[in-house]
Design a binder for this molecule. Structure first.
Ligand code: NDP
Length: 283
């Protein structure tokens, strides 16, 4: 049976380290600050924002909340971002997505100063990742990499198969694995013979958003499986993109859903904010 990669435990350990580093930075007169901007009333976004605020408080990071009405104009939102870009207490700016339809999401993300872009979505930071010189890396894929590192999974020379090619998970995690010298295959909805591609992988990273679509018997014996997918089935149950029970029979190690990649995302947001504050303290 596969070893469970415990995202909750890894995230808790990292958050302790972040809190300790934050404390020592505060003692030097620099308090890391994260501005969180929420536009509208989307219930899931409200939950995420409140989780981020709580996580900041627990780590000793100052969180500056901006909850704006759903009919806030793009111009007003851009003005707020300009103000946060100039605010010296703020090391990171996070605009919770999705934004209401009347606001151009890419215009807003590009307005964030790249050196406060702790979500790593600004094209400048995407370019830095592509060229192998990252400044801020997007939180979910960065969390996947931290989990692999803390689990002692060496990527050099390994066959990594990433299923999914989104800008927030699939593409960046593929680039991060490439930077660790893996041989990376990116699969998507038009990929042929996905089962055979997955069966050749030493490490499978699934970021699709389809419940248990990656079958357990596709997994090569001894492979490592990272399941980023979060899918609600029925009223309450959450499952990943990988058929978990069957995959456990083949994999050497696997992340559960929930309790795998999920807790890492906010942890890496705190991490990026702390790194940004350290850069400020060195300026
Ligand atoms: P997107 O919907 O943006 O991307 C899904 C990707 O899966 C696309 O590239 C799509 O291909 C591919 N895909 C769809 N169907 C198939 C198929 N049948 N075979 C192969 N590939 C397929 O999703 P995200 O990347 O945003 O998220 C993926 C999952 O990760 C979701 O479940 C999401 O909830 C979860 N997630 C979890 C996070 C966490 O913190 N744990 C954070 C972010 C996401 P194509 O490009 O061809 O359409």
């Amino acid at each position: 049976m596969a070893e469970l990669i415990d995202g909750k435990a890894i995230a808790a350990e990292l958050r302790q380290e972040i809190a300790a580093d934050t404390q020592s930075l505060v003692s030097k007169g620099v308090t890391p600050g994260l501005a969180v901007v929420l536009v509208g009333e989307d219930p899931a976004s409200r939950v995420y924002v409140s989780m981020k605020e709580k996580a900041c408080a627990a780590a000793g990071i100052f969180s500056d909340e901006h909850k704006l009405a759903a009919d806030t104009s793009e111009q007003d939102l851009l003005a707020l971002i300009a103000q946060l870009n100039a605010d010296e207490r703020i090391d990171g700016i996070l605009v919770q997505l999705p934004l209401p339809d009347h606001i151009d999401e890419s215009k807003v993300l590009e307005a964030i100063s790249p050196d406060k872009d702790v979500d790593g979505f600004h094209p400048y930071n995407v370019g830095r990742l592509v060229t192998g010189n990252p400044l801020f890396q997007p939180c979910t894929p960065f969390g996947v990499m931290k989990m692999l590192e803390r689990t002692g999974v060496e990527l050099k020379g390994k066959e990594v198969v990433v299923v999914g090619r989104s800008n927030i998970v699939g593409k960046p995690v593929a680039l991060m694995c490439l930077a660790e010298h893996a041989t990376v295959t990116i699969c998507h909805s038009r990929t042929r013979e996905l089962d055979k591609k997955v069966a050749a992988a030493d490490v499978v990273i699934a970021a699709v958003g389809r419940p248990e679509m990656i079958k357990g018997d596709w997994i090569k014996p001894g492979a490592v499986v990272i399941d980023v997918g979060v899918n609600r089935v029925g009223d309450k149950k959450l499952v990943g993109d990988v058929e978990f029970d069957a995959a456990c029979r083949n994999a050497a190690a696997i992340t559960p859903v929930p309790g795998g990649v999920g807790p890492m995302t906010i942890t890496m947001l705190l991490y990026n904010t702390l790194v940004s504050a350290k850069r400020r303290s060195e300026r």
